[in-house]
Design a binder for this molecule. Structure first.
Ligand SMILES: Cc1ncc(COP(=O)(O)O)c(C=O)c1O
Length: 478
């Protein structure tokens, strides 16, 4: 009989044997947890095992984990897949460290996640940033212009890697195939942070996944868009350019030596489900999303739900229609106010909001009634033309602040906490990052200027969490 999910089967087989645990973890299969009955801890925690005979070892896989990883690689059509138990964060940092040596230059999408910036620091890398045009109506950053990549790589010879986010948190996709060709022609690897795109491979109508477009390493948060547990992610490697041994070394350094079996089993599960029913379910939920969009756009209360057609008409390469993006600027609401109203009135919880947008993620696990509830919530929104309308675009896209020093140099300098009002001209000791979307306004080593200070204040005034700001103070280099 063909094994559906080898790691899941192995763990189930182990549990069936009623084993007596003299090994870690200390809960011994679910004992001594608060409210075990009500929370169902005991069922889940039976799976929370360790490297027992037959259960393989993530750091030198030769059995069930190796098989599960190989099946994932086959499902994605790649040469190798590595399970990540610490989210895409560890995979992104490992890929950067594998592709470079200290002092190397990397071309970085400025819309990158914090983990990329942390990778730059740990790898002592020099970033060159590439910025995206912004859609004025929604404030959403659009696709990367491949010609911009070409120009930068042509001008700055010796760039070792190009790091791109695709899709973005908002669902915007770039022309990865052209960017991959450009990177390779210029001797650079292409690493794609596809944290939000693990599902793309499974639906023909969605933008293609970077695994099919020539990227050398692709990192996906399976937990974001597939039925996998939080932290469950994977890294795919393709082609002969990336140094696989160095990548394995970096993953070995960055990942825990006690990887969670429930997380790894959930990755095995996600691959199996997507391979077998993913395409059909995605088609179905995309239909629910399309209907909901039409209904929201017909409400006449200022809420606007753009789709791939909208973004393509604005020059973007593509957009992932599983993202239910609702722009609320014309309704006179901020994204945080819309989020609050949807939560309070109909129990709908979104994935992210910014000054003028709200975003929900639709996956194979979404149901028609979930989207109907969202439409119902939106129908109850009254426009408020005099309301709390943000003056900012959704994502501040000013010029990159001047660099006072390289990001990694900051790690070795002492920093002090200074009031935001007094930091103009000072060098940032940590990144200042509105969360979501997790894209820095200032990176470590860059100088604060008056525009950036005003933008930070604006985000805070609209209830957006800004990491790196505490009690109105930020860290600067002494
Ligand atoms: C674009 C992007 N990349 C990477 C990450 C990190 O992923 P993970 O939470 O799986 O570590 C995130 C998390 O939100 C993200 O939005």
């Amino acid at each position: 009989m063909k094994v559906k999910a080898p790691l899941v089967e192995r763990i189930k087989g182990h549990i069936r044997g009623n084993p007596i645990s003299f090994h870690v973890p200390g809960h011994k299969g679910g004992g001594h947890f608060l409210d075990t009955g009500a929370m169902g801890w005991d069922r889940l925690l039976q799976y929370d095992l360790t490297e027992l005979p037959g259960l393989d070892n993530l750091h030198c896989p030769q059995g069930a984990i190796e098989k599960a990883q190989r099946l994932a690689a086959t499902a994605y059509g790649v040469e190798g897949t590595y399970f990540l138990v610490n989210g895409s964060t560890a995979g992104i940092i490992a890929s950067l460290l594998a592709a470079t040596r200290p002092g190397d230059t990397v071309l970085v999408d400025r819309d990158c996640h914090l983990s990329v910036y942390n990778g730059l620091m740990l790898g002592r890398l020099k970033p060159l940033y590439i910025q995206r045009p912004v859609d004025q109506a929604t404030g959403i950053p659009l696709s990367i212009n491949p010609r911009e990549v070409e120009r930068t790589l042509g001008r700055d010879k010796g760039v070792k890697a190009v790091m791109i986010t695709n899709p973005t948190y908002y669902g915007v996709c770039s022309d990865i195939k052209t960017i991959a060709n450009t990177a390779h022609r210029n001797g650079a690897l292409l690493i794609v942070d596809e944290a939000h795109g693990a599902h793309l491979k499974f639906a023909d109508v969605l933008p293609d996944s970077a695994v099919d477009l020539g990227a050398d390493m692709v990192i996906q948060s399976a937990h974001k868009t597939l039925p996998a547990m939080t932290q469950g992610s994977w890294l795919h490697i393709n082609g002969g350019r990336a140094n696989r041994r160095r990548l394995e070394r970096m993953l070995g350094i960055l990942q825990t030596t006690s990887p969670s079996y429930p997380i790894m089993a959930s990755l095995d599960n996600a691959r199996y489900i997507m391979e077998n029913t993913g395409a059909r379910r995605l088609e179905e939920v995309l239909g629910f999303a399309r209907d909901a969009r039409l209904e929201i756009n017909a409400l006449d209360n200022g809420l606007f739900c753009p789709d791939s057609e909208y973004f393509r008409a604005r020059g973007s390469f593509h957009f992932d229609d599983t993202k239910m993006l609702i722009n609320c600027a014309q309704a006179g609401l901020t994204g945080s106010r819309l989020d609050q109203l949807l939560r309070e009135r109909c129990g709908v919880y979104g994935e992210l909001y910014d000054t003028v947008n709200w975003l929900g993620v639709v996956t194979v696990a979404s149901r028609r009634q979930d989207l109907e509830r969202l439409v119902e919530g939106c129908a109850g929104i009254n426009p408020d033309p005099a309301g709390d309308r943000a003056t900012l675009p959704a994502f501040c896209q000013g010029p990159v602040p001047d660099a006072g020093m390289e990001p990694w140099e900051v790690l070795n300098r002492s920093c002090v906490s200074v009031e935001l009002a007094r930091v103009q001209g000072r060098i940032a000791g940590t990144g200042v990052v509105p969360y979501p979307p997790g894209i820095p306004l200032v990176c470590p080593g860059e100088r604060f200027n008056s525009e950036i200070i005003a933008q930070i204040r604006e985000y805070i005034s609209h209830g957006i969490t800004v990491k790196g700001v505490k009690d109105g103070r930020v860290e600067v280099v002494e």
